[in-house]
Design a protein around this ligand. Structure first.
Ligand code: NAD
Length: 473
């Protein structure tokens, strides 16, 4: 098998070691990727630093055209890339196609947003002392960005690092997850077709033990990290003076209130607890159901979960595939067994075959069980019974995480109350917490992180406001 080069300052290069990527479903080798040497990592950072000023001054039409090109090429190569994502990550090809479609949109939104970048003027003559003065405010990139991404969306979460950086006029050095670097290397190929200046992007599949030099390097003043909370906060502690954005984990809740459409709630929750085998930071993990409809709801939920098609992710009909590795699946299996031995009732699932865990529903789970408190990151949900809205919202907030929450209700009053009271970055009314559109602000509170993605918000996070005061007007 040919060794895939990585991207160093826009050029394909090979290093001194190799990384073998395998398919989590059947263990087949998907790709052999070259790994950069420490000297090559240094070269990529130096190139990003060297192009910093040129990047910030890059004309808007050049940025927008490069981003639009990437969007078009991803669309043209969608089928090939979807199959690559399925092979390296194990997510069913149905979901992989969805991910490519989202990355197409993410780059298109960035192209559009770039054309909307503009300054602002602030009248200063509102005070007598500032008569004759006017402020012009523009946004300036902090400088080169280090993007670090997880395995679960190997293309679209990379898109959420790369696209806003280019839009903002910042070079980016990307470190993809070692388990799933292939999609980002293909993205590198497409970026290399654009007119972006040399040094504007590098894609470096460096192993974690070589990543420290990247995070600590002062020439990369921004670290934009998506991944788990322990790793994210360790990086933040390591570089307290950098601009760090953290998109971290969660144990997202879906609330089902008495006025909800129970059939719809059951089918949406069944699917979005298990999509990508539960490996999404906003997969439904905790289902909080109002007492008066609890039994009717569970009677719909369990068959909906059991009807999900589990199996080979390359099969177009498969809805639930393997986890990223056998070790990940074994951990999930252990957590379910721990909950059951502490008194939880298994309503369905709980079995494992290789890296695949059967979609699992638990009830009567003790509050201190790992499946209640931690992020499961597997196809497991727990169902909790509550007396009403007060108790439901308190249960949602009883978590150290706060990414998104879903509330199935038809009441506008409760919707606004949820928006006021739920301690999360996003409240999804009438649907699961797993809903995300790539142009909307997205991010967490509490241990789910700091900063926001979504193209406009990410551009704001990568830049600072600079003011120029004109005098004597
Ligand atoms: P992870 O934290 O293990 O790894 C994330 C990235 O950090 C990988 O590229 C990894 O190689 C890198 N990394 C690990 N140690 C590092 C170090 N010491 N220095 C620099 N980089 C290092 O996460 P994962 O298992 O790949 O992904 C799953 C996690 O990501 C879950 O917690 C999930 O909730 C979270 N996630 C969050 C979002 C979001 O937008 N909030 C989206 C997707 C996934």
């Amino acid at each position: 098998m040919d060794v895939r080069p990585f991207w160093l300052a826009g050029r394909p290069v090979t290093g001194d070691a190799e990384l073998t990527v395998t398919n989590p479903y059947d263990g087949r080798v998907v790709a052999v990727c070259s790994v950069p040497t420490p000297e090559q990592v240094e070269e990529a950072v130096a190139a990003a630093a060297a192009v910093r000023k040129k990047a910030a001054a890059l004309p808007i039409h050049v940025r927008a055209e490069a981003l639009a090109h990437v969007s078009r090429r991803l669309a043209e190569r969608a089928d090939e890339i979807a199959h690559l994502i399925t092979a390296e990550n194990g997510k069913p090809v149905f979901w992989a196609r969805g991910e490519v479609g989202r990355a197409v949109s993410t780059f298109r939104f960035a192209a559009e947003e770039t054309r909307r970048l503009s300054g602002e003027t602030v009248r200063l003559d509102t005070e007598a002392a500032s008569a004759g003065r006017l402020a012009y405010v523009s946004r300036v990139p902090y400088g080169p960005v280090l993007g670090i991404t997880p395995f679960n969306f190997p293309l679209n979460l990379v898109a959420h690092k790369v696209a806003p950086a280019i839009a903002a006029g910042a070079p980016i050095v990307l470190k993809p997850a070692p388990a799933t670097p292939v999609s980002s290397l293909v993205l590198g190929e497409i970026l290399a077709e654009t007119d972006l200046p040399e040094g504007m992007f590098s894609v470096l599949p460096v192993p974690n033990d070589r990543a420290g030099t990247l995070t600590e390097d002062p020439r990369l003043p921004v670290v934009s990290f998506t991944g788990s909370a322990p790793v994210g906060y360790a990086i933040m502690d390591q570089v307290p003076r950098k601009h760090v954005t953290l998109e971290l984990g969660g144990n997202a809740a879906a609330v089902v209130l008495a006025d909800a459409d129970l059939d719809r709630a059951a089918s949406r929750i069944a699917l979005f607890s298990n999509y990508q085998a539960g490996q999404s930071c906003i997969a439904v993990q905790r289902v909080i159901v109002e007492e008066s409809v609890h039994d009717d709801f569970v009677a719909r939920l369990v068959p909906a979960v059991e009807a999900l098609v589990t199996g080979d992710p390359a099969d177009e009909k498969t809805q639930v595939g393997p986890l990223v590795s056998v070790e990940a699946a074994e951990r999930v299996e252990r957590w379910v067994a721990e909950a059951v031995s502490a008194g939880a009732r298994l309503l369905t699932g709980g079995t494992r075959d290789g890296a695949t865990v059967a979609p699992t529903v638990l009830a009567d789970v003790p509050a201190d069980a790992k499946v209640s408190r931690e992020e499961v990151f597997g196809p497991v949900m727990i169902v909790q019974r509550v007396s009403g809205v007060d108790e439901a919202f308190a249960a949602v907030n009883d978590s150290r995480y706060g990414l998104q929450a879903g509330v199935f209700t038809r009441s506008l009053e409760i919707a606004f109350r949820a928006n006021r009271e739920l301690e999360v970055g996003g409240v999804i009314i009438g649907d699961v917490p797993s809903y995300r559109a790539d142009q909307m602000p997205y991010g967490g509170v509490k241990d789910s992180g700091v900063g926001r993605e979504g193209i406009r918000s990410a551009i704001a996070d990568l830049t600072y406001e600079k003011v120029m005061v004109l005098t004597g007007l």
